[in-house]
Design a protein around this ligand. Structure first.
Ligand code: CUK
Ligand code: CUA
Length: 629
């Protein structure tokens, strides 16, 4: 048991020992729970009751999108330990496509051709990734539709998706970081992309200092958005968690837990405070220029604990703002005045006035509000009309509160909570449409619920998550739940962008090819022997044939196979599969893909197209003939 947590009678209120029905009755008194209510993140009872299910009203706002029409917004969902990003149309919630990022994917051929398989191999060669936080590139505080970045918590990586082609085009394996969790871009213009190193490890982690935990760090990393190279790192005490940035370009923020720097949960939850860390980018750049860094594994690492407000330096690079225990969500209000830390173990959201960080010597004075929202607050989003919406994990609610009232409440004790809506069940992130920009759209919100329990047909013991679409566009009418959407485990977060801000390609432009690849036309295809044991095979594809009906290689040859899809019209994709060789390419119109393999086994292998491209798709074939040596 965790002292002060597992033996806390208030745990019952947190639903850990009650079923949901009892818990809802108990919920009426949650307002009486003090600021240190114990509420570890365990699910509620499992009776599966939805007796409190929000009922849909008759004037439900229409979220349906008729056949043939388009959604207003693109939503980009992280796929958690599926290692991917999913693109969802909002408000219909139709899943449009999946973009593989950290794991190979048969459907798109990602991780099967030379470039993408090398990208995965060179950045860890691990079987999976854990993608939590998708963030979009910005210009002038608004989405510019160029890139999306996402973290890999499992392997300390950051990846970039090119939003012209909706494809992962870069992955960086971040030195000195084991678990890259939070992810943010420097607003208003994407000068840096931040990856937040969560786990504390020795730096470098090479077998030295395994027991000397004073030499373990968590590390905040800034990457260049274009080159994806690490620009600098700041190591700090405690564990880091989630991140967001201010709107003026100067500040980046990260919540942090385990100020105790303990190695187990008892120790990690011992004190009653943790820190929100405010990284002063201007001060960091000055410190770099002044040479106050150490180079570790090729990266300039600054000491954010030494140069922090804890040590009363005159120009600290990190301000440590004390907040209640184990804060999780870190969210900046649209106009950029406040940053909030949602307090997992406290029923409150802590509001920090960003301007006050500049003027105060004690960062604690920058705390200007602490609205009480319910048990287990995790993440907060914004509607652009002065409201925050916080997901409350234990209470299974999304709670709408008024930001200015919450700040005023410090003086006059008005309740800033406007409305609560039940969700099903146990929400992680909440996101309102364009809630991370300076100008949120304020019409829809999605609650990404971790548990679905009884909401769908039972499908065995691993349930889908449940994303719930909530209409928030009418402050008078209140929040309204309009649909449940089962989702494959496990999205954490999502981000929305109006469709007018993206301009995806319909065919490839060969100027944009990564690497050196020939554009193969029918007249230039064929087999070219490049060495005693190597050949280069070039093919082009169009409906419904490959340019060569067969290609011969010799046993043991290293075969480089280059295939161009010469179609000029959109949506005509051709695949290339070779049985018993693990070869699987998917080639969009005007694209070229290349794969290298060894032809070890003499024989005849039918090469076929995997995408159903025409009435004669089944006849679209070639033959790989491997002649014995
Ligand atoms: S974390 Cu998952 S629910 Cu990785 Cu943003 Cu809070
Ligand atoms: Cu080309 Cu099927």
């Amino acid at each position: 048991p965790v002292p002060g947590v597992d033996d806390d009678p208030r745990l019952e209120l947190a639903g850990l020992e009650l079923d949901r029905r009892d818990f809802l009755k108990a919920g009426a008194v949650t307002g009486a729970v003090g600021a240190t209510a114990g509420c570890l993140g365990n699910p509620l009872g499992d009776d599966g009751s939805n007796s409190a299910g929000a009922t849909q009203q008759s004037d439900t706002p229409d979220h349906s999108v008729p056949p043939g029409e388009h959604d207003q917004y693109y939503g980009f969902w992280s796929g958690g330990h599926s290692g991917e990003v999913r693109v969802v149309g909002v408000p219909s919630m139709r899943e449009l496509i999946r973009i593989p990022v950290f794991e190979p994917d048969g459907a798109t051929g990602f991780g099967h051709d030379d470039e993408t398989s090398e990208m995965l191999a060179e950045t860890g060669d691990v079987a999976f990734g854990d993608a939590h936080h998708p963030v979009l590139s910005e210009s002038g505080g608004d989405y510019d539709g160029r890139y999306l970045w996402i973290n890999d918590k499992a392997n300390g990586r950051m990846a970039r998706i090119d939003l012209t082609y909706f494809e992962t085009d870069a992955i960086t394996d971040i030195p000195n970081v084991q678990a890259c969790h939070g992810c943010a871009v420097q607003s208003p213009d994407t000068k840096y992309v931040y990856g937040v190193g969560e786990f504390r490890t020795p730096v470098p982690n090479d077998g030295t200092n395994v027991d000397d935990t004073d030499k373990h760090w968590s590390t905040f990393t800034a990457l260049d958005p274009e080159s994806m190279e690490v620009q600098w790192q700041v190591r700090v005490s405690g564990n880091l968690d989630n991140a967001d940035t201010g709107k003026s370009g100067r500040w980046a923020f990260a919540t942090g837990y385990n100020k105790e720097e303990a190695l187990d949960i008892q120790g990690m939850t011992h004190d009653d405070r943790d820190y929100l860390k405010a990284f002063d980018v201007d001060a960091i750049e000055s410190a770099l220029q002044a040479g106050r860094y150490e180079e570790v594994n090729g990266v300039k690492v600054l000491d954010g604990r030494k140069e922090s407000s804890l040590n009363s330096g005159s120009n600290p690079i990190v301000r440590y703002v004390p907040v209640p225990k184990s804060p999780h969500g870190c969210d900046v209000t649209p106009e950029g005045q406040y940053v909030t830390a949602s307090g997992k173990l406290s029923p409150t959201v802590t509001i920090v006035d960003i301007d006050e960080l500049d003027s105060v010597s004690d960062p604690a004075n920058a705390v200007v509000g602490q609205p009480k929202v319910g048990l287990g607050p995790l993440h907060t989003t914004w509607d652009g009309r002065g409201h925050g919406y916080t997901s409350v994990f234990i209470d299974s609610q999304v709670v709408k509160w008024d930001v200015e009232t919450a700040v005023e409440a410090e003086k006059n004790s008005t309740d800033p909570v406007v409305e609560k809506i039940d969700v099903h069940y146990n929400p992680g992130h909440v996101q309102a449409v364009e809630g991370e920009t300076t100008d949120p759209a304020g019409d829809w919100l999605v609650s990404l619920n971790k548990l679905s329990k009884d909401r769908f047909l039972p499908v065995g013991p691993i349930h889908p998550d449940n994303d719930q679409l909530i209409h928030i566009g009418d402050d008078g009418g209140g929040m309204e739940l309009v649909m449940d959407e089962p989702v494959h485990p496990e999205p954490h977060d999502c981000v929305f962008v109006d469709r007018a801000k993206l301009d995806p390609a319909t065919t490839w432009n060969k100027e944009d090819y990564a690497g050196e690849k020939p554009f193969v036309t029918a007249g230039k295809s064929g087999v070219e022997r490049t060495g005693e044991e190597s050949v280069h095979v070039k093919l082009s594809s169009k409906r419904s044939e490959f340019s060569e009906s067969e290609f011969r290689v010799r046993e043991g040859d290293e075969v480089t196979l280059t295939v161009t899809n010469i179609e000029g019209v959109r949506d005509i994709i051709h695949g290339v599969a070779i049985p018993q060789h693990g070869i699987n390419l998917a080639i969009a119109p005007q694209d070229t893909r290349q794969v290298t393999f060894t032809a070890d086994d003499p024989g005849v292998y039918w090469v076929y197209c995997t995408y159903f491209c025409s009435a004669l798709h089944l006849e679209m074939r070639s033959r790989l003939i491997v002649e014995p040596r």
